[in-house]
Design a protein around this ligand. Structure first.
Ligand code: ADP
Ligand code: 5GP
Length: 214
């Protein structure tokens, strides 16, 4: 067993990592691998008004709610960010972030480019990663081969992808998902490095410095 892959790296303060990518670029697959490789990292389960896909579970992949429930949550300011993506509403509940923060755990947000803008404004300490597919043609191929969306929905996602990819310069890191193993390794390296950013280690450093007296 590879110890470095499974051992939790101690982090004094939980970090917030935001990942965005056009639909079909392999983000969900990469996130699953990342969460499996880094046990200290928790996934922020979003709320959405879209219907569950085959195999998706309530509370694990999303909290699937009606538009009425979602709009009530907006009215109560329960979201740290929310957006209309492909005609459905998606949002990150403040509670998700609070729970992770209280536990000092790192949290991973899978949000679209609009959500990223809002998070960046409200939580400037968050670190963001944009995933690009190797080409438009490969993105179209992956969406069609996934067999999870109707042809019309795929066309809509490809159309949106053209606008989304223009936002890559707003992110801290860029990872091209050409070979899955390489992209997965890059993501692990980034999240591990984030844990060692000075603000995330400040409390720990102060404690050590305190032992020097004076
Ligand atoms: P997203 O979450 O970005 O919409 P998925 O993770 O569902 O994308 O991936 C879309 C499809 O592309 C899936 O069928 C997945 O198995 C495939 N895929 C993901 N990454 C790669 C890759 N690096 N090479 C080839 N196929 C991939
Ligand atoms: P999907 O329907 O394929 O699961 O997700 C569609 C898009 O919604 C993806 O770009 C995904 O990143 C985005 N998304 C998922 N959850 C959230 C969220 O909580 N907030 C925002 N703004 N976007 C989200």
């Amino acid at each position: 067993m590879n110890v470095a892959r499974t051992r939790k790296i101690p982090s004094a303060r939980g970090s917030i990592v935001v990942i965005s990518a056009p639909s079909g670029s392999g983000k969900s697959t990469l996130i699953k691998r990342l969460l499996a490789a880094l046990p200290g990292l928790r996934f922020s389960v979003s709320y959405t008004t879209r219907a569950p896909r085959a195999g998706e579970r309530q509370g694990r992949d999303y909290f699937f709610v009606s538009r009425r429930v979602f709009e009530r949550m907006i009215g109560r300011h329960e979201f740290v960010e929310w957006a209309d993506v492909y005609g459905h509403l998606y949002g990150t509940a403040r509670k998700q972030l609070q729970t992770a923060e209280e536990a000092g755990r790192d949290i991973l947000l899978d949000v679209d480019v609009q959500g990223h803008r809002q998070v960046r404004k409200r939580l400037p300490e968050a670190v963001s990663i944009f995933i690009l597919p190797p080409s438009f043609r490969e993105l179209a191929r992956r969406l069609r081969h996934r067999h999870s969306d109707a042809p019309q929905e795929i066309e809509r996602r490809l159309h949106t992808a053209r606008q989304e990819i223009a936002h890559w310069p707003e992110y801290d890191y860029l990872v091209v998902n050409d070979r899955m193993a390489d992209a997965a390794q890059a993501l692990r390296a980034i999240v591990r490095a984030v844990r060692f950013r000075r603000p995330n280690q400040a409390a720990r450093a102060r404690k050590i410095v305190g032992t020097f007296g004076g």
